[in-house]
Design a binder for this molecule. Structure first.
Ligand SMILES: NC(=O)C1=CN([C@@H]2O[C@H](COP(=O)(O)OP(=O)(O)OC[C@H]3O[C@@H](n4cnc5c(N)ncnc54)[C@H](O)[C@@H]3O)[C@@H](O)[C@H]2O)[C@@H](O)CC1
Ligand SMILES: Nc1ncnc2c1ncn2[C@@H]1O[C@H](COP(=O)(O)OP(=O)(O)O)[C@@H](O)[C@H]1O
Length: 590
């Protein structure tokens, strides 16, 4: 792999992401080799207890540094942990953490959720035997018994009838709240009792301004999808991720609940002695670029044709979309650009981007000629959805296929594609065939993906991984499913590689950011001097996200004259100048 340059995050290596099913398969393979499940739980809990201590100490140290001389509640000599456990193995981890922390001098209180009285009857022999997996007592029950054997304090959580959060537990005012309610087994909307438990946990931790640590994955977050039901999940400062990194921690809701993720790898990523192929790879750093050859000219860096920016009779104009795409393509270093947009926008376009050439969107012959000359076409941004726009779309895609050009389809282009698919139009099959030999990139957000797959938006959102795979299977080509933790699917030699983009921020949730992305993809694709990986879809998505991050992270200390931009107020028009900066930052110096 190429040397990679990471601008903001400490982690520069791609991280393999797995589904719950894969994690269970790894565990089962481990147990099938004669390893015990209680032994594994002990290892996990022991390591987590150590992490919890050091995270707490770090927090105390930070407090002391910021409030020098003040003895705050984070005094290391008063270590109190409130550990909320559920009935599965994740809860088992929690009981064992309680056991270990208590042994290490912590005051510990366990809040048991979903338990019956008989679960707390102390049983006899707790010794681990060689055939522990064959024992009727589960690892989680064994963990509970061990915690009870050292008199760990516990209370049973009972939900209130009136939805008031006035629950039966009197939770300890702790410095650390540990969530061991659900792990990778969480797979459906929580019922009333669990909803109340999760809300009570969050409220107690917030009230105590405590450190919140999730065991394996925050409870309420689905490990395989990143879904949270009705925003009810534990909000963690840190997640101690056991065995292997879960896909759901990094896309959709996962980003809002997981906090920092610390890996605790315990067993090999293997099933039947074969390494498991992850469902996706988390990427946070762009591949670094080589400086350009001195002896080169504009033709060496390609010609982007942007087709969009329409004004439909009696409707709003969307010229800005084409301008944003074109400016962003130029900012990545494309050699030349032509914009086919409605004539009313030519003046505005040339005012903001005098480097561009223009052509009327409805000049069919002129555009067809240009498609022959262009290195890549990007179509759809502000194209419009009326019949006339559809005819432009079909004619341009047909022309691009006929002359074998790379194609990027975004926004209204995706709308037309969906409607052509619903009518079994021959263009769908032609585009798919074209994508087998030429780069075709399609960039929907969830709403557009829903239309393309004839599904409801929440069906897409509930399983984004399945949605992007389905899009690729039906239409061919490489895909971005945009949003927090954008997914990228690239097809290489008949195999789909899926990436999760670990950069970008909620400031980018504003109009025009998608047009910028389409421009970045086109700009990179046009530059044939760059190696395949450097022109790839995942590289473009990373550059786009890193640009959003650099804009909201810049501080006045970087540059006295710079204007600070935060997440609220970041605009798509801020992006092109910052893209140029990112392109320079990821280029190796001579
Ligand atoms: N098997 C082992 O030895 C190990 C397991 N580990 C832990 O085990 C966890 C997985 O354990 P489990 O498979 O028991 O899963 P969980 O502990 O996540 O809980 C699963 C239980 O919760 C129920 N459930 C799921 N969603 C629910 C909802 N919305 N409302 C009510 N009940 C719901 C399930 O039906 C099942 O009974 C991992 O996340 C990890 O923390 C680790 O200790 C590593 C070793
Ligand atoms: N919360 C977020 N975190 C990271 N990236 C985001 C977030 N919200 C939006 N983005 C990115 O910004 C872009 C928005 O695209 P899109 O919704 O198509 O906007 P538009 O159609 O207005 O141009 C996508 O690349 C998306 O991934």
């Amino acid at each position: 792999m190429d040397v990679q340059t990471n601008l903001f995050s400490k982690n520069t290596m791609p991280i393999a992401l797995y589904s719950s099913e894969q994690l269970y398969a790894m565990e089962q393979a481990w147990f099938a080799q004669g390893n015990g499940s209680f032994g594994l739980m002990q290892q996990a809990a022991w390591q987590m207890a150590q992490h919890i201590e050091s995270l707490y100490e770090k927090k105390c140290l930070n407090k002391q540094l910021t409030k020098q001389g003040i003895t705050s509640r984070f005094n290391t000599s008063q270590r109190r942990a409130s550990i909320w456990v559920g009935i599965g193995s994740n809860g088992g981890d929690g009981w064992l953490i309680a056991y270990y922390l208590q042994q290490r001098g912590w005051q510990v209180q366990v809040i048991a959720v979903g338990f019956e009285k008989q679960d707390f009857v102390v049983k006899g022999n707790l010794e681990i035997s060689a055939d522990e997996n064959k024992k009727s007592i589960t690892a989680a029950a064994r963990a509970l018994q061990l915690a009870l054997s050292v008199d760990c304090e516990y209370q049973c959580f009972k939900s209130s009838d009136n939805n008031t959060n006035d629950t039966s537990v009197r939770a300890l005012q702790a410095n650390v709240y540990i969530d061991a309610l659900f792990g990778i087994g969480f797979n459906r909307a929580p019922n009333n009792m669990y909803q109340q438990a999760i809300c009570a946990f969050n409220a107690a931790a917030e009230n105590a301004q405590a450190l919140v640590i999730a065991v394996d994955i925050p409870s309420g977050l689905v490990a395989s999808t990143g879904q949270v039901f009705e925003r009810i999940a534990i909000v963690a400062d840190t997640t101690l991720c056991l065995i292997a990194r879960k896909f759901g921690l990094h896309t959709k809701d996962g980003l809002d609940y997981s906090g920092a993720v610390i890996d605790i790898p315990l067993i090999p990523y293997q099933v039947n002695n074969e390494k498991l192929i992850p469902v996706a790879t988390l990427i946070t750093s762009a591949h670094s670029l080589k400086p350009r050859r001195q002896n080169s000219y504009k033709g060496s860096y390609g010609h982007v044709l942007v087709i969009g920016g329409n004004r439909i009779e009696g409707s709003q104009g969307m010229g800005g979309a084409a301008i944003l795409s074109a400016s962003s393509a130029m900012a990545t270093g494309a050699g030349k650009i032509t914009v086919a947009c409605h004539e009313v926008f030519h003046g505005a376009l040339l005012t903001s981007l005098p480097d561009a050439m223009t052509i009327d969107l409805h000049d069919k012959d002129g555009i067809n000629r240009l498609i022959g000359q262009a290195s890549v076409i990007a179509i759809g941004m502000g194209l419009g959805r009326d019949e006339k726009a559809k005819i432009v779309f079909i004619s341009c895609i047909e022309a691009a296929i006929a002359v074998g050009k790379p194609i990027i389809i975004d926004a209204d282009g995706l709308y037309h594609l969906a409607s052509l698919h619903s009518k079994n139009h021959k263009l769908i099959a032609e585009l798919k065939t074209h994508s087998a030999t030429h780069q075709v990139c399609l960039t929907p957000h969830s709403g557009e993906a829903a239309r393309l797959l004839n599904k409801k938006i929440n069906e897409i959102e509930n399983d984004r991984l399945a949605a992007i795979k389905q899009c690729a299977a039906i239409y061919g080509g490489d895909w971005v499913l945009k949003g927090a933790g954008s997914l990228v699917l690239e097809q290489q030699s008949g195999q789909a590689h899926i990436y999760v983009c670990g950069v970008g921020n909620a400031g980018m949730a504003t109009a025009g950011m998608g047009d910028v992305l389409a421009g970045v993809i086109a700009g990179l694709l046009a530059q044939e001097d760059l190696k395949h990986e450097l022109r790839s879809l995942h590289q473009a998505v990373l550059i786009h996200g890193l640009t959003g991050d650099i804009l909201v992270n810049q501080t006045s200390s970087n540059d006295d004259n710079s204007l600070l931009v935060g997440q609220r107020g970041l605009q798509a028009q801020d992006m092109p100048a910052a893209i140029r900066h990112v392109m320079q930052l990821i280029t190796d110096s001579l």
